[in-house]
Design a protein around this ligand. Structure first.
Ligand code: I6G
Length: 678
């Protein structure tokens, strides 16, 4: 090899090492080292050298992740050591029994366990010989599975070569391939747009992606591999504990779960379960339970196996997030903005920890996509706090008397015509506030906590007030004291509750500008947009007369929102309502007069999350905004600070992962006091 050729060869090796290092930082450590563009540049450079010298191709080159289709589908391969199943514990007593059994067999008082979240994906076994990945096999029936090596190689968190100079002669690593929730949502959104079949859940999406005959398809799917044990090894001394084995896997370049933990005794196992059950909804991936393993390998060996499960491990399942039930009926609800939403009435079913009897069907297209009929058996999914969804119709179980669902031709409440804006899935009632349903929903929004916050004016009372014709617009709320007798005749309204209600209506007159604008219920104007609008337009008159062009100047307001706002204020009945409210005494303090350039938090973006005790989240947001800060609803790289109260969930986790400064309640109160906002 000439000196020059050798230099090129060394350059290629360096590029491979560099790219694998970038990839490890990105896909395993979640700490990208360079922007994507730099990775792409190195990748292209490597590809060019490899094209020039195909004879130099290295097995661990990142260009070798996507190969050719296997010639004859997936071959069946026997596992060196069977991939066992796990026994399940469905409640705390079953977990305590497990611990008691173990203690008795080992004749000891306390046992150390390794606890890990059980990822909801597809189990696989990876065989490395002299540190090089030679085969990836699905779990199959536990004794043999399918050889899906070409697909496994496309997953960037699977090391093609172990990150060690001294690999075992042979090692088989077991783990789970899963699809993070965000990737799953994106994949399904794309499928919906293209009119392709959607996946029911991230587990099915992961398993389906692995079984693609074309590795290019697998490569395009957002799959991740997390290692959970060493199934078999030759020429290597296994660490003394399962936990240390996982740490070793981490050092070899595998992703391991950062929530794994060593604990002692059954109670600590239960505490771990409770903590993870609470965190479950805010994790970026689905988990379906916790796996507990006796941590010491010597003790595992002593305990051995029963049938096809290890005696030293157990899985404690979380409440199922998917269940089967039957559709009893489909109703059509009319929302605040007239959107007609089909809602499936279900035979009540316990899923995701609660009893579910309704599920939204979103819109007409969704009914068609699912092909749903009344009487159908369906799979309902309730994950975290997300509203229950119907993810699949079990057509093979369709009863003979099942009935097609027909979307109404007119508004089911006021019989007004329906309209569908081109390109939108939503169908709306054109009745506006003439429609009783829209009026009721608008009023519920108007009095809600983040709007005028009228205590004691609940949904049921609003429905009665509208049905009896006592309230036709929000202005009528402020003349209710003239109808005290009618109020006293309402269900569950005594002298005391009427007095209380009238007092809170009076109190609500003294509000804030941003709350007032939010309360109007303009389409697409949520809390944050109302804040942005009122920050931009000092006086209500300016906002009422702003052109769409002027509205687009406001932070976070795009052409669609600008159009909605300007359309709303162009309607005379809306202006009449606003004037009526002002005449009824609704008011707010004038904006503080500090020149904008002197506002101490100008240019800073805050996010407020979790529960606070001394002030409400809204009050803290208002005060931050008074000081010039922008308050956003979600954490991103642009966030300057997260205010996190108790039980802060995914926003806190995201802020931590992005290294964003975090303030607790005490710290934010101290800052607001110092800056004169309290
Ligand atoms: O299916 C599994 C998921 C996770 C497992 C497992 C696991 O550990 C975290 N561990 C074993 C030993 C087995 N299945 C058999």
């Amino acid at each position: 090899m000439s000196q020059e050729t050798d230099k090129l060869y060394q350059q290629m090796l360096a590029l491979i090492e560099q790219l694998n290092d970038y990839s490890y930082a990105y896909h395993v450590k979640d700490q990208p080292k360079v922007p994507d563009a730099e990775y792409d540049r190195c990748y292209l450079e490597l590809q060019a050298i490899e094209q020039q010298h195909p004879e130099w191709l290295q097995i661990n080159s990142p260009t070798q992740r996507v190969g050719e289709k296997p010639d004859n589908g997936f071959a069946n391969v026997a596992h060196t050591v069977p991939m066992l199943s796990l026994d399940n514990a469905f409640d705390n007593p079953a977990l305590e029994d497990f611990d008691q059994r173990i203690r008795k067999l080992l004749n000891t008082d306390k046992v150390q366990y390794c606890c890990e979240p059980k990822l909801d994906g597809a189990a696989i076994s990876l065989r490395y010989e002299d540190g090089v990945l030679v085969r990836g096999v699905t779990r199959g029936d536990g004794l043999s599975g399918e050889d899906i090596t070409s697909n496994i190689k496309t997953i960037h968190s699977v090391p093609l070569k172990l990150r060690t100079e001294n690999p075992p002669a042979v090692v088989e690593v077991r783990g789970e391939i899963y699809m993070p929730k965000e990737g799953f949502e994106k994949l399904n959104k794309l499928a919906l747009e293209k009119g392709e079949k959607m996946f029911v859940n991230p587990r099915n999406a992961a398993a389906g992606s692995l079984r693609q005959l074309d590795p290019k398809i697998t490569a395009a799917r957002p799959l991740v591999m997390c290692a959970y044990s060493i199934g078999y090894a030759e020429g290597w001394q296994q660490p003394a504990s399962h936990y240390d084995g996982l740490v070793q896997l981490g050092e070899w370049g595998f992703r391991i779960n950062d929530l794994m933990m060593q604990v002692e005794g059954a109670q600590a196992c239960i505490d771990y379960y409770d903590k993870l059950n609470e965190q479950r909804g805010s994790l970026s991936y689905d988990i379906d339970g916790i796996v507990y393993k006796v941590d010491q390998i010597a003790l595992q060996n002593q305990l051995g196996f029963i049938a096809r499960a290890p005696r030293w491990a157990i899985a404690r399942k979380f409440p199922a997030q998917e269940e089967m039930t039957q559709i009893e009926d489909v109703d059509f609800q009319v929302g605040r903005t007239g959107a007609i939403t089909p809602v499936a009435r279900l035979k009540p079913v316990f899923v995701g920890g609660v009893t579910v009897s309704n599920a939204t069907l979103h819109n007409k297209d969704e009914i068609a996509r699912l092909g749903i009929q009344v009487g159908d058996w369906v799979i309902v999914r309730r994950a975290g706090d997300v509203i229950p969804q119907i993810v699949q119709v079990l057509t093979e179980r369709r009863p003979e008397q099942a009935k097609a669902v027909s979307f109404p031709d007119a508004c089911p409440v006021c019989q007004s015509d329906l309209e569908q804006v081109e390109g939108e899935a939503v169908i709306r009632c054109t009745g506006g506030l003439v429609c009783g349903a829209q009026l009721k929903e608008s009023l519920k929004h108007f009095v809600s906590r983040k709007a005028l916050d009228i205590d004691g004016l609940g949904d049921k009372l609003i429905e009665q007030l509208v049905d009896q014709g006592l309230v036709k617009t929000p202005v009528d709320i402020f003349t209710l004291h003239e109808n005290k007798d009618s109020l006293l005749n309402m269900e569950r309204m005594g002298q005391k509750s009427v007095e209380k209600l009238l007092a809170s209506i009076d109190k609500a007159k003294h509000t804030q500008y941003n709350r007032f604008v939010y309360a109007l219920g303009i389409r697409e104007v949520g809390e944050a947009t109302a804040r942005a609008l009122t920050k931009h337009f000092d006086a209500l008159d300016e906002l009422l007369t702003a052109s769409p062009e002027a509205l687009i100047e406001v932070d976070d307001v795009g052409p669609v929102v600008a159009q909605h706002v300007s359309h709303f204020f162009a309607q005379t009945q809306n202006i009449d309502t606003i004037q009526g409210l002002l005449s009824a005494g609704v008011e707010w303090p004038k904006k503080q007069q500090l020149p904008e350039s002197e506002l101490p938090l100008l240019g800073k973006t805050y996010v407020v999350t979790g529960s606070l005790s001394r002030f409400s989240r809204d009050q803290v947001k208002d005060k931050l905004q008074q000081l010039g800060a922008k308050v956003s609803g979600s954490v991103s790289a642009k966030t300057d600070c997260l205010v996190a109260g108790e039980k802060a969930g995914s926003k806190l986790a995201k802020a931590q992962s992005l290294d964003i400064p975090i303030m607790d309640e005490e710290a934010v109160i101290a800052m607001l006091t110092e800056l004169g906002a309290i």
